[in-house]
Design a protein around this ligand. Structure first.
Ligand SMILES: Cc1cc2nc3c(=O)[nH]c(=O)nc-3n(C[C@H](O)[C@H](O)[C@H](O)COP(=O)(O)O)c2cc1C
Length: 410
């Protein structure tokens, strides 16, 4: 495997004495490894050992005037392709879950766009405490990967779950997170978030799509080595690492950007919620209530937006084009009709009537609807896992095409 940039961050638990073994395994695998520690972690493991193993300075202070100009927490966060937290204390999990950043490690964890793998280690009662359970669920939902903890005899004398995973298992989990560059050489266009259709210069029509699903797909494709362009409607989400982002507002702007970018792409995933209609004419300035007849409502004339997915499919060539169908009822028949109407390779049917799926949540419940009529129902997963499964299917479809064995479900 080629060398990847891995930041190994340690926090203040007994298992930190195993941290050098984690680092050693990753260095031996040929990776470029750096280390950061919480101040508490330095009580359990010597920065000097880690410095010798990585041949790099080990940071453990957020405010360090002698080092801040060279590698501050942001550049460390930007540098990493993967951050491995081992051991991850209950305290660090809680901070990460709630976005606290009061030391170097947690500041890096908040600032990074890299994948995060945590290896928790703590007393069984700390692990089973409802607060920790909630934090773990929150982090899993956000796509943070976990290695362990394992059950067994704990350093504190208790027996139960809470022992840090073995260093070699953590290193293996890190390799898995980094993944093979299976999409190297492919250009992928992903659309995400809702569009905003202007009524006037102040008001607009939009929808509840947060963009998270599309952002996860873009991030996952980049992690697999693809050149990724993310055409995004308005959303506060930050751009995933390695992704080129084009911000657009309206469906018309999205159409222009997508059709232009699609020309040189091999894979197009349309996860954006593009408005079907827009106001017939956007008024310059602000429509004033006083200018309307008193005690009457206001009628907004809407016109149809272009069907970007259908346009893309019309000149699809050998590209893989995937659409999303967000439905609140009759999910599968509606997705099958959409697939037949547009002629894409796969529709991801999204049940937006569920509270734990669809808009504005970290999890999603989707089904893959294939041209042959097959439907593959996935369990409730984090959006990151849905992105990963989707890209696995796309890769399999491309492999099938290359082998000349046709279309349909893979
Ligand atoms: C001897 C000793 C061992 C500890 N072991 C653990 C542990 O294994 N897991 C854990 O979550 N906390 C453990 N703690 C508590 C943490 O050190 C404490 O919560 C600390 O604030 C963690 O800081 P950090 O998360 O910033 O590194 C231990 C404390 C002591 C004194």
């Amino acid at each position: 495997m080629e060398a990847r940039r891995i930041l190994v961050a340690g926090s203040g638990g007994i298992a930190a004495y195993k941290l050098p073994e984690v680092v050693r395994a990753l260095v031996q695998a040929g990776h470029d490894v750096r280390c950061a520690l919480t101040p508490e972690a330095t009580r359990f493991v010597s920065p000097l050992v880690l410095q010798a193993l990585t041949q790099s300075p080990v940071r453990h202070a957020l405010f360090d005037p002698s080092e801040e100009s060279q590698i501050d927490h942001i550049s460390l966060a930007d540098w990493a392709e993967l951050v491995v937290v081992a051991p991850a204390t209950a305290n660090v999990l809680a901070k990460l879950a709630h976005g606290l950043a009061d030391d170097l490690v947690t500041a890096v964890l908040l600032a990074t766009r890299a994948r995060i793998l945590v290896a928790p280690a703590m007393n069984v009662n700390m692990w089973e405490h409802p607060a920790t359970r909630e934090n773990v669920e929150r982090l899993r939902g956000r796509g943070v990967a976990f290695a362990g903890p394992e059950a067994g005899e704990l350093a504190c004398g208790w027996v139960g779950q809470g022992r840090m995973a073995e260093p070699l298992d953590i290193a293996a989990a890190a390799e898995l997170e980094l993944g093979a560059e299976s999409l190297a050489g492919a250009r992928v266009v992903v659309t995400a978030a809702g569009t905003r259709e202007a009524i006037d210069d102040v008001r607009s029509l939009t929808n509840r799509s947060s963009g998270r699903m599309g952002f996860e797909i873009a991030g996952e494709a980049a992690r697999r080595g693809a050149e990724v362009v993310l055409v995004a409607g308005p959303t506060p989400l930050s751009t995933p690492a390695g992704v080129e982002r084009l911000d657009v507002e309206s469906a018309l702007e999205m159409r222009d950007a997508v059709l232009r970018e699609a020309e040189t792409a091999q894979i197009i995933v349309k996860a954006a919620a593009v408005a079907d209609f827009r106001p017939a004419a956007a008024v310059h300035g602000k429509i004033k209530k006083e200018n309307l007849a008193p005690d009457t409502g206001m009628t907004l004339e809407l016109v149809r937006n272009p069907d970007i997915l259908a346009e893309l499919c019309a000149s699809k060539g050998d590209r893989v084009v995937v659409g999303f169908a967000a439905e609140s009822e009759e999910l599968i028949p509606a997705a099958q009709r959409k697939l037949a109407r547009k002629g894409c390779d796969l529709i991801v049917a999204n049940d937006v009537s569920r509270a734990d799926a669809g808009f504005d949540v970290d999890t999603n419940a989707v089904s893959f609807v294939w041209p042959g009529g097959e439907v593959e129902e996935l369990p409730l997963l984090s959006k990151r896992d849905v992105a990963s499964r989707l890209l696995d299917r796309i890769e399999a479809l491309r492999a099938k095409r290359r082998a000349g064995s046709g279309e349909g479900r893979v």
